[in-house]
Design a protein around this ligand. Structure first.
Ligand SMILES: *Cc1c(COP(=O)(O)O)cnc(C)c1O
Length: 411
């Protein structure tokens, strides 16, 4: 009998065997692990026996979360990191070298966009294209292109990348295809469905959900042939080539760079993940109804939400995300109305830069998260100066609608 993801997540720890019949794995906060003999310690170090050596490169509490991510993505392997940005940095820095070329989206999470500039400083060239059409990605590819990196639903304007088309292109050309699945979570999309090689997640967002722990993950879907990838270092070209990429990401990106997830946070994120299906269903339903209601308000000029038929990629989103459209939307008020006054008038909705929390959050985009890049780049990314980003939570819809209604009435 094949059980649902939620059922399997809830029982995973217990069925893997925990002392005293505990329903959760204990939190292992030990920095280091010991062995009764030198030969056993050596076997673990040399990869001939499985085990833990020093917590920076892996510990049992992180491993329990990793096994749940593998379950969620129906993937081959996962590694967890201290933050989503640490996970993304680990992918780039462990797999790319100076002289390589990376294709990514013009519509990217702001800090990932900033990281692209760091990469360019290290000699990796980067092309940022409109990834809603695979033709733009294909046109940007060069002989030295190694990797394509896209997000599922772009923040804050909610463009939906041509995920399946890019997957087919990458498979045909042997490119590593990295999909940031943070905004959709495995509930809306599994990376393997669009032929992703690697999936990255900010666990700080929907998977954790409660806004009380940071974390990130890299997941290997098992679809990429690492034996054909030229930058896998000699010591990691051992055993099944399907494992080579993850070994290098763990050794270089986690062990050497050191952005390890704390056991306390791994435990919190794993507990949060148990209710992911419930929370996603609720936030998606709330967001769709609010998007429809906001579109009908005379003070609102535009609502960007993939669940609305007016959205450019609505049909693609409906097909890929199984009829759910996520918790993220952005809105523009009518000319002459002050977005900051609207935000100040909100009483229940919180002004915050976080995303995919249980609570509903709002932020003026141009003044905050996209401030550093300047107006010209914002315009190129399609970000209006008055754009307000909303991340819809699990509150009662009527309470949220009442708060937006009273705030709109006051401006
Ligand atoms: C938040 C976010 C990240 C970064 O994750 P952190 O855990 O905050 O470091 C990366 N990608 C996307 C799409 C995000 O929303």
């Amino acid at each position: 009998m094949s059980q649902s993801l939620t059922t399997r997540l809830l029982h995973a720890d217990r069925l893997a065997g925990v002392e005293h019949g505990a329903v959760h794995k204990p939190m292992h906060t030990a920095a280091t692990y010991s062995y009764p003999s030198a030969s056993e310690l050596i076997a673990v170090f040399q990869g001939q026996a499985s085990g833990y050596v020093y917590s920076r490169q892996g510990n049992p509490t992180g491993a329990s979360l990793e096994s749940k991510l593998v379950m969620m993505e129906e993937a081959r392997a996962a590694a967890v990191f201290s933050t989503g940005m640490a996970a993304i940095s680990a992918v780039f820095l462990s797999l790319l070298k100076a002289g390589d070329h990376l294709v990514s989206s013009r519509f990217l999470f702001g800090n990932t966009n900033s990281l692209m500039q760091t990469l360019q400083g290290l000699g990796v060239s980067v092309s940022l294209v409109d990834a809603t059409d695979v033709a733009h990605v294909e046109a940007a590819c060069r002989p030295e292109t190694r990797m394509v990196f896209v997000e599922t639903i772009a923040n804050p304007r909610t463009q939906v990348a041509d995920l399946a088309g890019i997957g087919a292109l990458c498979a045909q050309r042997g490119l590593v295809y990295v999909v940031d699945n943070t905004m959709t979570t495995p509930m809306l999309l599994q990376g393997r469905e669009v032929q992703a090689s690697l999936v990255v997640h900010s666990l700080s967002k929907g998977i954790g959900g409660h806004g009380h722990a940071l974390g990130g993950a890299v997941v290997d879907t098992g679809l990429f042939d690492w034996s054909a990838y030229p930058h896998i270092a000699e010591p990691y070209r051992k055993g099944d080539p399907k494992g080579w990429g993850m070994t290098q990401i763990r050794k270089k990106g986690l062990r050497d760079m050191g952005a390890t997830l704390r056991a306390e946070d791994a435990h919190r994120l794993a507990v949060g993940a148990e209710t992911l299906a419930l929370r996603v269903a609720r936030t998606c339903a709330n967001a769709l109804q609010l998007a429809q209601w906001l579109s009908a308000q005379p003070q609102i000029a535009r609502v960007h939400y993939p669940g609305l038929p007016s959205h450019a990629e609505h049909e693609r989103a409906a097909r890929l995300f199984k009829g759910q459209f996520g918790c993220l939307m952005s809105i523009e008020l009518r000319e002459g109305l002050d977005p900051l006054a609207f935000l100040d008038a909100l009483q229940l909705v919180i002004l915050s830069s976080h995303l995919a929390d249980n609570r509903t959050l709002a932020i003026p985009v141009a003044h905050t998260i996209f401030w550093e890049m300047g107006q010209a780049q914002r315009a190129a990314m399609g970000i209006a100066e008055g754009l307000i980003r909303l991340s819809i939570g699990i509150e009662d819809l009527a309470d949220l609608q009442a708060d937006f209604a009273q705030a709109l009435a006051r401006i």
